[in-house]
Design a protein around this ligand. Structure first.
Ligand code: SAM
Length: 402
């Protein structure tokens, strides 16, 4: 398969090279920001699992350089056709449609969807990955494992070189971060359940790290693979954040189980102390927190149900609908069979938002490219990818068999 067939099949891969992004994932973050305004009031950011660095590039361009990306950065040609049609047949459009199209046009007028406001020198961004990240202006990059406890002090020192763990314990200096991002993914094996499990472990590592460094009111955004019991994870995240939303940007393939969990307004339970020495996701600490939180919710309905497995006592607990975007009511159901309290009965249905409207390129579609299309090279090939050794071994083998 030639380079241009991948360009055709994956519009975001092609756009990333054309616009100078190191990976197509940049569009996922831009589309998440468009929906959730992630970058407003944010000056200290940690980008976990950041290599090759396209999310860090977005952070650098938006937060440090003050650039603002409009929709036309990822818009399909249909939108451009609409703009031309409006010029030729204005009478074919309603006033509302005209307004929407003119808005799209004004983004285009601003340097292909990029407007620039004032640069902000106070911004601090630290990016971490197991793999080396090629340098990026204004960004501190660390090569570290996010699952290791030593990574937190390393990160805090990178954010503030005068940070001293001995004097900072329990102080504001330990929680300076406004936004933690994690696009972490293990090397997928193709064994679905195993991949989902390893991904969930990486997510817990990112969450534990975020809990250690986030300011109250902070935000956490992480990649998830939506597996069978993902709603338990949503309920767990809900202990720490006021809003927990599952988001699927248009640049994330619909055919993939990938989605992003957007957690807003960090508000840990009273007395909670984050620690990587006693991380959540290991042992019973998280279960205890879920139960404590459940005990505070009012019961709004109770019923006894019968099935061929016996009699079930169910109670539905609810928090006010106003606590969520979109007015979705939090519902948790506990089932009890004879002498068997079903611990995992807690279910909370997180709101799901698809971000990036239909004018954006469809990540599952193939697009016709112009005859004279020239395929570009990737902006920043990986420096030391995990498959490098395998390639070297294969090259060595083919030499010896010649
Ligand atoms: N957001 C990145 C970008 O925009 O360029 C892409 C991230 S890539 C999908 C996933 C990354 O997770 C890989 O670079 C991998 O090395 C990293 N990763 C996986 N496990 C990790 C760990 N335990 N600690 C740090 N990074 C890890």
């Amino acid at each position: 398969m030639g380079k241009s067939s991948k360009d055709k099949r994956d519009a975001y891969y092609r756009l990333a090279k054309e616009q100078g992004w190191r990976a197509r994932s940049a569009f996922k973050l831009l589309q998440l920001d468009e929906e959730f305004d992630l970058f407003s009031n944010v000056s200290r950011v940690v980008d976990l699992c950041a290599a090759p660095g396209s999310w860090s590039q977005v952070l650098s361009r938006v937060l440090i350089k003050g650039e603002k990306f409009g929709r036309s950065a990822w818009q399909d040609r249909d939108a451009k056709v609409r703009q031309q049609m409006l010029g030729v047949f204005p009478e074919a459009f309603t006033a509302e449609q005209k307004e929407a199209i003119e808005k799209e046009t004004s983004h285009d007028a601003a340097q292909n969807g990029v407007e620039t406001t004032a640069a902000n020198p106070d911004v601090k961004i630290v990016s971490i990955d197991l793999q080396p990240i090629s340098p990026l202006a204004g960004i501190t990059t660390l090569r570290a494992d996010i699952t290791h406890p030593a990574t937190v002090p390393l990160l805090l020192s990178a954010l503030d070189p005068s940070y001293d763990p001995a004097t900072a314990a329990g102080t504001q200096a330990q929680h300076p971060v406004d936004l933690v991002l994690s696009d972490g993914a293990p090397d997928v094996t193709g064994l679905h359940d195993l991949d989902i499990y390893v991904q969930s472990q990486l997510l817990f590592a990112a969450l534990n790290l975020a809990l250690c460094v986030l300011k109250p009111g902070g935000k956490f955004v992480a990649k998830i693979f939506r597996g069978r019991n993902v709603d338990i994870l949503y309920a767990q995240l809900k202990i720490f954040f006021e809003k927990v939303i599952v988001a699927k940007p248009r640049s994330s393939r619909a055919s993939s189980v990938e989605a992003f969990i957007v957690c807003l307004n960090f508000r840990p339970p009273a007395g909670f102390h984050a620690s990587l020495e006693e991380p959540l996701g290991v042992g019973q600490r998280l279960d205890r927190l879920v139960k404590e939180r459940d005990m505070q919710l009012p019961i709004v309905a109770e019923a006894t149900m019968q099935s061929n497995r016996g009699t079930w006592d169910c109670s539905v607990k609810s928090a006010p609908a106003t606590s969520h975007e979109g007015g979705i009511t939090e519902v948790e159901v506990y089932d009890e069979t004879e002498g068997n309290h079903k611990e995992n009965g807690a279910r909370w249905i997180a709101p799901f938002i698809a971000c990036g409207d239909l004018s954006a390129f469809d990540s599952d579609a193939s697009y016709q490219l112009p005859e004279d299309y020239v395929s570009l090279d990737p902006v920043q090939p990986p420096i030391a990818p995990p498959y490098k050794r395998a390639l070297e071994m294969r090259a060595g083998q083919s030499k010896t068999t010649r």
